[in-house]
Design a binder for this molecule. Structure first.
Ligand code: B12
Ligand code: SF4
Length: 548
C-alpha cells in the first residue's frame, strides 16, 4: 500500500488552458509587491499541508510538490493505491485534469481531493474521484486508512520558503514553518479558511509548552531560530503565547516569529509583549476604513502600526477592494486609508465570494455570482466574479492595479520600508530598559547589515522619487548607526547590480519563474527487484494515449 500526496501542476502564473498569468504562485509577487518591479520580493512557499499529513500517517507516502504535468504523469505510472490532491478553487481545472490522468493511467488508484475545491457546489458531479476530504486532513486520512486517529500530531521539520531572491540575489532559506492550528473563530463573512474549518479553531499545538518543544525540535533539525507561524490568528490564544514567552524567558531562549493576527488580538496582547515573544512580522487584516468587522472596531490602527514598526516588527496590512459600499467616488478613500497606515507591505485583494463562505451564500442567494466565469479566474487579482452595484467586472482590474501602483509611488518599495522598520527597531531595542528587548538589538543590527549592501543597487535602479528619497535617507541613517561598509560588504554591494540587472531583464521579458518540483519520501520500502519488475509489467499495459 502506498500513497502519493501532490499539489497541482505547473507552470504557474502563465496564461494557458489551466491557469492565469495573474495567479502567481508567490505570496508577495502575486498580491503584495506585485507592482514594485525589481524590488518585489520573490519567494515560493511549499505546500505545507501535504508534508504535515505525510508526517502523520503510517502508510508509505510520497509528497510531490509543484510537479510539471509530465512529472506528475511519470509518478502516477508508478502505481499508487491512493493519490491525494491538495486544491484551491482557482486550480479547479488542474485538479480535474489530474484526476482524468489518474483514471486513465492507474484505474485501480483511489483518488482523494482535499483542500478548498471541496467546497465548490456540486463538486462530486464535476470531478470523478473517490473521496472528498473537507476540513482537517490528518484525522480524515487516519480514519480512511484505519490508523489511530488519537495519535499525537508530529510536526514536520521543513523550511517555510524556497527559491527566495531579493533584487535577483539568491537568499538561503532561513526560517522553518510551524502550524499551531488551522481556522479562525472570528468567521469574517468572506474568509475561506475560517469557513473551511467550520468557523472553529483546529489546534495542533495547544499549549505554550507544546509550541516551545516543537520550536526547539525544529531548531535542532534545521538549525534555524526563525519561524513562519502558519496559524490564521496566532494571538487569538493569548494564554498559549504567554506560556511560550515564559518558557523562552526561563531558558534565555530567543525565537523569531512571523505571524498572522487580527487587530483586536494585537491590541489586547500589546506590542511590547509581541516584541518580547520575538514576533518580527505580523499580517493584519485592515480590510476597509468603514470596516464592519468586529476585529478592527474601536482600534486606532495607525497608532498600533506605528508602534509595531518602532519595535522592529514589519507589518503587512491587507485591504479589500470592491466591498459593497465602494463606489467610484469613495474607493480612493479606502486606498488612501491603507496607504496612510504606513505599513511595510500592503496587500490589495478583490472581494471574492468563495464557495463555503457566508459571503458566497449571501451573494448566491441574491443571484449576484456571475455565471460563466471559469474557476481559474476566481483568484482576486484580476477581475471580480460577482455583480457589484457600482463597478463592472471589466473595470475592476484597472482599479486594483492602480492601487498597487499608488502604494509603490507614495511609499516606495517594501524592501526599503522594512529596512526602515529594522533600523527603528534596532534603535528602540538599543535604548530599552527591558533586558530581553535590549539583547535583541544584535539580531536587528545583523539584519540591517544584510540590507545595507543593497542600497547602492537600489539607488541605481530606483524607479520613482520616493524610492530615491528613502534610499538616500536610510543610507545616511544606517551609516550613522553602523559606520562604513567593510571590505566584504563593499564587494557584495558591488555585485548586487549584476543580479539586479538580470532580474530586471527577466521581468521585462515577462519570464515567470517557477517553484522547483520537490519530491520527498516517507516510510517507503527499500528497493525490491520483484516489485520493480511487477511495476514495469503493469506500466507496459497502460495505454499512453492522448493524455499529454
Ligand atoms: C501559503 C498559502 C499560499 C502560498 C502557496 C502555497 C502552496 N504551495 O500552494 C501562496 C502564497 C503562493 C498562495 C497563493 C495563492 N493562494 Co493561498 N494560501 C496560503 C495559506 C496562507 C496557507 C496554506 C497552508 O499551507 N495552510 C496550512 C495547511 C496545514 O493547511 P491546509 O493547506 O488547509 O491543509 C489542511 C487541510 O485543508 C487539509 N488538506 C489540504 N490539502 C489536502 C489534500 C488531501 C488529499 C487531504 C485529504 C486533505 C488536505 O489537510 C491539511 C491538514 O489539516 C492559505 C490560508 C490558510 N491559512 O490556510 C491561503 C489560501 C489557501 N490561498 C488562497 C488563494 C485564493 C490563493 C491565490 C489564488 C491568491 C490569492 N488570491 O490569495 C493564490 C493561488 C496560487 C496558485 N497559482 O495556485 C485561498 C484559497 C481559497 C479557496 N477557497 O480556494 C486561501 C484559503 C486564503 C484565503 N483565505 O482566501 N497561497
Ligand atoms: S480574523 Fe482573519 S483569519 Fe479570522 S476569520 Fe477574519 S479574515 Fe479570517
Amino acid at each position: 500500500m502506498k500513497l502519493l500526496l501532490t499539489s497541482v501542476f505547473g507552470p504557474f502564473g502563465v496564461d494557458d488552458q489551466y491557469g492565469r498569468r495573474l495567479n502567481v504562485m508567490e505570496l508577495f509577487h502575486n498580491q503584495v509587491t506585485r507592482e514594485q518591479g525589481l524590488f518585489s520580493l520573490r519567494i515560493n512557499h511549499p505546500s505545507f499541508g501535504l508534508y504535515l499529513i505525510a508526517e502523520n500517517l503510517d502508510i508509505p507516502t510520497v509528497v510531490l510538490d509543484f510537479p510539471t504535468l509530465e512529472r506528475f504523469v511519470r509518478e502516477v505510472k508508478k502505481g499508487y493505491d491512493y493519490i491525494g490532491i491538495s486544491s484551491i478553487v482557482a486550480n479547479f481545472c488542474k485538479v480535474k485534469k489530474m484526476v482524468e490522468i489518474i483514471r486513465e493511467l492507474s484505474p485501480g488508484t483511489k483518488i482523494i481531493i482535499g483542500g478548498h475545491c471541496t467546497s465548490i457546489p456540486g463538486i462530486e458531479k464535476l470531478i470523478d474521484c473517490d473521496y472528498f476530504s473537507v476540513g482537517e486532513g490528518i484525522s480524515w486520512f487516519r480514519r480512511l486508512l484505519g490508523e489511530n486517529v488519537d495519535k499525537p500530531v508530529r510536526h514536520p521539520a521543513i523550511y517555510s520558503t524556497l527559491n527566495r531572491t531579493v533584487m535577483g540575489v539568491p537568499q538561503p532559506a532561513t526560517a522553518g514553518v510551524i502550524v499551531p492550528g488551522l481556522g479562525c473563530v472570528n468567521a469574517c463573512s468572506f474568509c475561506a479558511t475560517s469557513h473551511h474549518f467550520q468557523k472553529k479553531y483546529v489546534g495542533y499545538l495547544n499549549t505554550g509548552q507544546e509550541l516551545y518543544d516543537t520550536l526547539c525540535e525544529i531548531e535542532r533539525k534545521l538549525g534555524c531560530d526563525e519561524f513562519f507561524v502558519m496559524d490564521e490568528n496566532f494571538l487569538k490564544n493569548p494564554a498559549r503565547a504567554q506560556e511560550l514567552l515564559e518558557l523562552m524567558e526561563k531558558d534565555g531562549k530567543y525565537f523569531y516569529l512571523g505571524v498572522f493576527s487580527s487587530a483586536e488580538t494585537i491590541a489586547a496582547c500589546g506590542v511590547e509583549f509581541m516584541a518580547k515573544l520575538g514576533i518580527d512580522f505580523v499580517w493584519i487584516g485592515v480590510e476597509s476604513k468603514q470596516s464592519s468587522y468586529a476585529k478592527t472596531k474601536g482600534i486606532d490602527l495607525k497608532f498600533l502600526i506605528h508602534e509595531l514598526r518602532e519595535y522592529g516588527i514589519q507589518v503587512l496590512g491587507s485591504a479589500i477592494l470592491f466591498l459593497d459600499h465602494h463606489t467610484k467616488e469613495n474607493i480612493q478613500e479606502d486606498i488612501d486609508f491603507i496607504i496612510e497606515m504606513e505599513t511595510d507591505f500592503v496587500q490589495f485583494m478583490e472581494l471574492g465570494p468563495l464557495p463555503g463562505t457566508a459571503l458566497y451564500k449571501e451573494y448566491d442567494a441574491a443571484k449576484r455570482i456571475l455565471a460563466g466565469v471559469p474557476y481559474e479566474d476566481w483568484h482576486g487579482q484580476d477581475k471580480i466574479w460577482f455583480r457589484h452595484p457600482n463597478f463592472t467586472r471589466e473595470e475592476t482590474n484597472d482599479y486594483l492595479k492602480d492601487a498597487f501602483i499608488q502604494d509603490y509611488q507614495r511609499q516606495g518599495p517594501s524592501l526599503l520600508r522594512l529596512a526602515d522598520t529594522s533600523l527603528r527597531g534596532y534603535r528602540t531595542m538599543k535604548g530599552h530598559s527591558d533586558s530581553r528587548l535590549n539583547s535583541m538589538q544584535n539580531r536587528l543590527a545583523e539584519r540591517c547589515k544584510l540590507i545595507r549592501v543593497l542600497f547602492t543597487a537600489i539607488e541605481m535602479f530606483a524607479e520613482n522619487a520616493k524610492t530615491r528619497e528613502l534610499a538616500k535617507y536610510l543610507k545616511t541613517e544606517y551609516q550613522k548607526e553602523f559606520g562604513e561598509l567593510n571590505l566584504k560588504e563593499k564587494i557584495l554591494s558591488a555585485l548586487v547590480p549584476f543580479f539586479a540587472w538580470k532580474e530586471r531583464e527577466m521581468l521585462r521579458k515577462n519570464i515567470m519563474r517557477q517553484p522547483p518540483t520537490c519530491y520527498k519520501t516517507y516510510r517507503m520500502p527499500a528497493w525490491n527487484p520483484l516489485l520493480f519488475f511487477a511495476n514495469v509489467f503493469r506500466r507496459a499495459k497502460v495505454r499512453e494515449s492522448h493524455l499529454l
